[in-house]
Design a protein around this ligand. Structure first.
Ligand SMILES: *Cc1c(COP(=O)(O)O)cnc(C)c1O
Length: 374
């Protein structure tokens, strides 16, 4: 039996070049060899973010670890923050901030909608003592994109640090945090970086540096930064994943982030056109290019039929369970995207939809040709 294919927004499939590295014998982390790798990884991340500053740490954790680190290292108990809550991961910011006793103002965004920058401007005016705005760039639970560039312009005029969860955005979008005006940027390994779970990343601006606290132990930015600048980590790092990250960063940088973003734009555009051709609805108002959430009352039936073809997509979470399914584009090639649409046509036809086989595939191919990639 051939292997199941993952079109899930985490974990995503791992490129062969990265898998080859992950399969090697482990090396010791207190060695010159590891130190050189670690320093190279830091340089590659600086190139990825197009920011020469040293304000960058890796943690051995899933993405949520770096989110918790952001809350603990840049804010104090009782400080006011604004949380954009437009899905499962916005809700995670909310829970984290409340857990560490920040004074949380919730900006609740209907799931599937995107944050309105003007609303954030008003809320910051209403709360001039607000010290942070916490959001997702790509809200993976709904497939929505929050307009981070416009929100950053607004935060720049206030005391608030803009804290952006870019776990399904960094490695897909060409994100230059210091150009956009992001203050704390969080990334994770098992999504756009196409690695197994277990590594997270945190980058911060000068404005954030001036507010650095020392409230965390394992997730201490200060402690890690002083070590990591020298190519070491405070605790045992996820050695194999760091080696894998070097490879995946090389993959992204060899292609170039402009071209990577263009590729994801084309795949997501092709997928959305195909979905509409099949009579299904794209769920988010303003879709992220990392994944496509599809709204249909047959979401679970379609997901299960795809599994019979050994294709795994994700369902909806919480109140979206059974109402949407989600197709990840992360780690998926443009050709594999076409394959998925072809199988989806067959699945829908079997479920009784009136489908002209090849019609959605044609939409996808058309979009890729128009993009200039094909
Ligand atoms: C996956 C994800 C996370 C982190 O989840 P972990 O399970 O801790 O890796 C956070 N934010 C977004 C937007 C995500 O997609």
């Amino acid at each position: 039996m051939y292997q199941e294919r993952l079109f899930t927004p985490g974990p995503v499939e791992i490129p062969d070049r990265v898998r080859e590295v992950l399969g090697r014998q482990i090396i010791h982390h207190r060695t010159e060899e590891f130190r050189q790798v670690f320093l190279e990884v830091r340089e590659l991340i600086k190139r990825l973010l197009e920011d020469p500053s040293d304000n960058l740490v890796l943690f051995s954790s899933s993405g949520t670890g770096a989110m918790e680190s952001a809350v603990l290292n840049f804010f104090e108990e009782g400080q006011k923050v604004l949380v954009v809550n437009g899905g499962k991961f916005g809700e995670r910011w909310l829970l984290l901030a409340k857990h560490w006793k920040l004074n949380v103002i919730e900006y609740s965004v209907e799931w599937g909608k995107s944050a309105d920058p003007e609303r954030i401007r008003d809320l910051l005016k209403e709360h001039p003592d607000c010290m942070g705005v916490l959001l997702q760039i790509s809200e993976t639970s709904t497939g929505s994109y929050h307009p981070v560039e416009e929100i950053a312009q607004i935060c720049k005029e206030s005391d608030a640090l803009l804290v952006a969860d870019a776990i399904t955005a960094l490695g897909v979008y060409h994100i230059r945090p210091s150009v956009i005006g992001i203050d704390v940027l969080v990334g994770g390994s098992q999504k756009a970086f196409m690695l197994p779970p277990g590594l997270s990343l945190l980058w911060f601006s000068q404005k954030a540096q001036d507010r650095l606290k020392d409230r965390a132990f394992y997730f201490s930015v200060k402690r890690e930064l002083s070590k990591q600048k020298e190519g070491q980590t405070a605790w045992t790092p996820a050695i194999s994943l760091v080696l894998g990250l070097r490879e995946s960063l090389h993959l992204l940088l060899e292609e170039g982030m402009d071209r990577v973003e263009k590729r994801y734009r084309a795949i997501s555009e092709g997928t959305r056109r195909a979905i509409r051709k099949l009579g299904l609805e794209v769920f988010p108002e303003r879709p992220s290019i990392s994944l496509t959430a599809v709204k249909t009352q047959d979401a679970e039936r379609i997901r299960k039929e795809l599994l019979k073809h050994r294709i795994r997509v994700a369902g909806g979470q919480d109140h979206l369970k059974g109402k949407i399914f989600r197709i990840s584009h992360m780690g998926v090639s443009d050709k594999d995207g076409l394959m998925l649409i072809g199988v989806l046509e067959v699945v829908l036809k079997r479920l009784g939809y009136s489908v002209q086989l090849g019609s959605a595939v044609a939409e996808y191919s058309q979009a890729l040709m128009e993009s200039g990639l094909w």
